[in-house]
Design a protein around this ligand. Structure first.
Ligand SMILES: C[S@@+](CC[C@H](N)C(=O)[O-])C[C@H]1O[C@@H](n2cnc3c(N)ncnc32)[C@H](O)[C@@H]1O
Length: 332
């Protein structure tokens, strides 16, 4: 009998829409961080075996921390980094990215630290200008032994902990997850979370939550609204005791590899001791929904017909202002 071949998990597959999001949406935001910093950036991300993100903005980076959870892909990623990005200072870390974020920091000597900046008073601090978490799968990973959800929320919260953060620097957080509901539990958990949040919310916020809970539109749009609402709360709460103010960018729906419906979020953080502890949930909940056009032609993005209520045109324009001028004019 022929020996059994070990099955390998296929590496990440990009799509035309993902390439557009990376080039037309993410790249201008990453460039803006480098411009504001006025020097090369420190990047924390999940490049995958092809490292397409580093092909787009590796030239803007001075240091890259790359995380990968699958061992065979980790080996390929390491090889890719060594052979294709030899001049870029980098380190690859094997493990679940939420755990890697949670373990990093302070003085714990058990781990290889992801950040490389050491401060006498607190130990290693989180020194990344761009945190690019293009996760696989669902937003809230319930099926990983029950602790996955807390871990994800805790990891996001950890990014904002001001004792470990370079709080005087602007930074960018990008997240990608699938725009799908994974069974009734996934749906009911997010609905319940938003329903409870509404009980404590003012009228304006309550109106947006009603919109996010509504069952209009396709299943992808319904999932997008629930994830958008839940993530907005996690981010606003995570940032509530940090010295940053948050500018959300539009939520983008697109088709990833294998035609999977995906969601893309970006938040720009600016240092603000004045606003410390105060990050209103409203701008996050209200940030608009875009989709990548099916024909992948210019203007690449379009506003979804249904949008969170209460957004003024000037606020909408401000949220879109990093996009190419031609697109904004055609979108708004
Ligand atoms: C979407 S792909 C990377 C795409 C790339 N950044 C780009 O711009 O095209 C995500 C990579 O991270 C890995 N990954 C996904 N979720 C992860 C997690 N929770 N922890 C660690 N690695 C993860 C996947 O195996 C995959 O190789």
């Amino acid at each position: 009998m022929a020996p059994m071949r070990r099955r390998r998990r296929p590496g990440f597959q990009s799509s035309q829409a993902k390439d557009l999001v990376r080039e037309k949406y993410d790249l201008p935001l990453v460039e803006a961080v480098a411009r504001r910093k006025n020097s090369p950036i420190r990047y924390f991300g999940l490049p995958g075996v092809q490292a397409l993100d580093l092909r787009s903005w590796g030239h803007l980076c001075e240091y890259v921390a790359a995380v990968e959870v699958f061992p065979d892909q980790f080996q390929q990623l390491k090889h890719q980094l060594r052979t294709q990005f030899g001049t870029l200072e980098h380190r690859a870390h094997l493990g679940d990215v939420d755990e890697v974020i949670l373990r990093n920091g302070g003085r714990n000597s058990q781990w290889t630290f992801v950040s490389t900046t050491f401060r006498e008073d607190v130990g290693f601090i989180w020194d990344f200008d761009v945190v690019y978490l293009d996760y696989y799968g669902k937003f809230l990973p319930y099926n990983r032994g029950g602790t996955g959800v807390q871990k994800r929320a805790r990891a996001l919260r950890h990014l904002f902990a001001s004792d470990r953060q370079n709080a005087w620097q602007p930074w960018l957080l990008v997240l990608t997850v699938e725009s799908r509901l994974f069974g009734p539990q996934d749906r009911s958990q997010m609905r319940q979370f938003l329903t409870v949040s509404k009980e404590q919310a003012d009228e304006e916020t309550g109106t947006i939550i009603d919109y996010l809970l509504s069952e209009a539109g396709t299943a992808t749009e319904q999932a997008a609204r629930l994830v958008h609402g839940t993530l907005s709360y996690i981010i606003a709460v995570a940032a509530s005791n940090s010295d940053v103010s948050i500018s959300p960018r539009p939520t983008v729906l697109y088709r990833g590899g294998s035609n999977t419906p995906m969601l893309h979020f970006a938040y720009e953080m600016s240092p603000s001791s004045l606003l410390s502890g105060y990050n209103s949930i409203l701008p996050l909940l209200r940030s608009p929904f875009l989709s990548v056009r099916d024909d992948h032609a210019e203007p690449w993005f379009q506003l979804l017909p249904s949008q969170p209520p209460g957004q003024t045109e000037s606020a909408l324009r401000a949220t879109l202002d990093f996009l190419d001028e031609r697109q904004i004019n055609q979108i708004v």
